[in-house]
Every structure is written in C-alpha cells, then in structure tokens.
Design a protein around this ligand. Sequence first.
Ligand SMILES: Cc1ncc(C[n+]2csc(CCOP(=O)(O)OP(=O)(O)O)c2C)c(N)n1
Ligand SMILES: [Mg+2]
Length: 359
Amino acid sequence: MSTVTNFEISYTQILNEESELCQPLPQSVSKLAEDADTLIAMYKAMVLTRTFDKKAIALQRTGKMGTYPSSLGQEAISVAVGTVMKTDDVLVPYYREYGAQFIRGVTMKEILLYWGGDERGMDYQGPKKDFPISVPIASQASHAIGISYAMKLRKQARVAVAFFGDGSTSKGDFYEALNAAGVWNLPVVFVVNNNQWAISISRENQTNCETIAQKAIAGGIHGEQVDGNDIIALHQVMENAIERARIGKGPSVVEAISYRLCDHTTADDATRYRDEEEVKAAWEKEPVERLRRYMEKQNLWDEVKEKTWLTECSEKVEAQVNAYLETQPQPPETMFEFMFEDIPHDLAEQREYFISRGK
Ligand SMILES: Cc1ncc(C[n+]2csc(CCOP(=O)(O)OP(=O)(O)O)c2C)c(N)n1
Ligand SMILES: [Mg+2]
C-alpha cells in the first residue's frame, strides 16, 4: 500500500484572545497590524453593525419589524470581507453579513425594510450588482457559480464572495458548487461563518468532518481555517483568497471559527438548547473587545474616542430607523408585479379579483 496524496488544513490567528499579536509575524501581516487607518475603520464598522443589530432587535420586539437574525459576535467576518472586496466584486450573502453590506453601501433602511416584509429593501441603491439576502439555506451557492462563471467568460478581474453558515455546508447545493468552482477554476470565494450552531443543531451534530474547510478538498480547491474573532487574521486570509481568485489561481473555502452570541433569530430562544457556560466562554473571545484592547495598547483608541463613536453610531442608526418607519408600505397588489415582465393571464385575473374585493 502507498499513500497517494496528503492534505492539510491550516488555521490562522494573528491577534489572540489576550489581544496580543502572535509572533513572529510575516512582513505583510505586521504591516496590517500597524495600519492605523484600516484597523480604526474596521473597528468602527464592527461597532456600527453591533449598534444597528441591537436596535433592529428592539424594533422586532416592539412590533415594528418582522423576524430578524442578529450578527452579534460575528461582525469581524463580514467587516473584514467588506473591507477587502473591491467595488466591482459581487457579494452573495446569506443573512448575517450586515457588516459587509454596510461597507459596500447597502443602507440600514434597506435591511430594515426587508425584515419588515418590504422587498424594496433588497433593491439596493448602492451596490447594484450585489445579491439580496438568501434565506433558503445554501441556495446562493449555485448563484455564486453562475456569477463567477460569467466573470470568467467575460475575462473580468472580478470575484464573487459567497457566505454560508456551518449548517448550510451540509447541503447538496454547497458540495455541487465546490465541485463546479474547482472544475471550472472560477473566481469565487466561499466564506463559512462557523458560528457553532445551526439553529439548535450543534456543530458536532451537524457533520462528522473534523473541519468544514476540508470540504474544499473534495472539490479540488483550497480550504483553510481562520479565527473568526480575529479581524486582523480575517483581513489577511480573505485578502489572499480573494486576490488568488482574481488572478485565476483558484477558488477557496475559508472557514471562519466564530460563535453565535445571539439567538438564531428573534423567533428563537437559545437558552432552551445550549449551555450558559458555553456562551460565557465565547464572550471572552469576541471580536470587538479583542480589537479595541489591541488598539488601546497601540494608542490608537481611548475612552473619549469610544464614547464619541458610540454617540455617532446611535445617531446614524436612529436616522435610518426613522427613514424606515416613515416609508409608506406598498399596496398589497404589488405582490403580483415583480415575478414576470408581462404578467400571465391567470395572475392578471387574480390581481383584478384581489383589487375588486377591496383587498
Ligand atoms: C433550504 C432551507 N432549509 C431549511 C431552512 C430553515 N433554516 C433556517 S436557518 C437554518 C440553519 C442555518 O444554520 P447555519 O447554516 O449554521 O447558519 P447560521 O444561521 O447559524 O448563521 C435552517 C435549517 C431554510 N431557511 N432553508
Ligand atoms: Mg451556524
């Protein structure tokens, strides 16, 4: 018997749980760790996302919005991706990537409209080519293949970045997409937010794979893990993956190890199925505090800056919430209007009937 081949999955952490840089750092990484502008911008984006999140939950709790999935504790992943992506790249999100979406120009009002049941919220006025939130798990995998295939066909130096949860990587759509990405060498990156839970199914009960990143191997593409609470490592790993894809060096799966500090959505109560101790331990690793402590040690941040930014965040969120609440709902019959360019006769009849009944 002989070994045909071997595979390895790497794990990257640069800023550890104690907010210390892991040594030694390669030059490209130490440059980022000393890049005050990027660090501050990423920190601010994480705090803004968290402020938005809290308010969105309050809106749902007071009956002003529908079900909402929070991104609490997972902000670093989407903020790093949003920071690294270029304007012409295409974001293919699921439903916890507000951090990336805001950086790319999606407004908070649009996100609130969507979760308030108004589809106009997915017609982004900023990043027109970015995809809407995908609630059907892993269905966005094949969209990302189509998008990146088109980019390659047109010889464009663009990349599609698609997001997935740990649970969604058990779906056939995900494996099929990895296979297609590999065989066609597409400019696509699959980012997996491994937040340890798929609603009430724990990571251990989800898959027997030791890592989710290793699923890439079956598709013949690169796979690696990164600390999803370490935004410096995320920035580094994502930049490499996206640039590799851009220059034709192949797609990747990046598994970011995080923790869902929130309930699955506002319709969930996670205390029914997970340990308080586990959540408490996860709070010790969370990304916002980790970066803030590091920036304070570097004299890039202090209490006054923190207070000022928190006030600014509240003002920004408040203005967007008001814009959302002031938006006039669409007439109910518009539900017939956006599926077909020319409405089929049976739907036209239903629409007329619906209107004639006075809704
Ligand atoms: C095709 C499909 N099946 C089932 C669901 C119901 N559902 C919503 S979220 C979810 C779990 C997703 O877990 P994961 O992929 O880990 O993402 P997370 O919510 O943890 O970020 C399921 C099963 C769905 N939305 N779509
Ligand atoms: Mg999950």
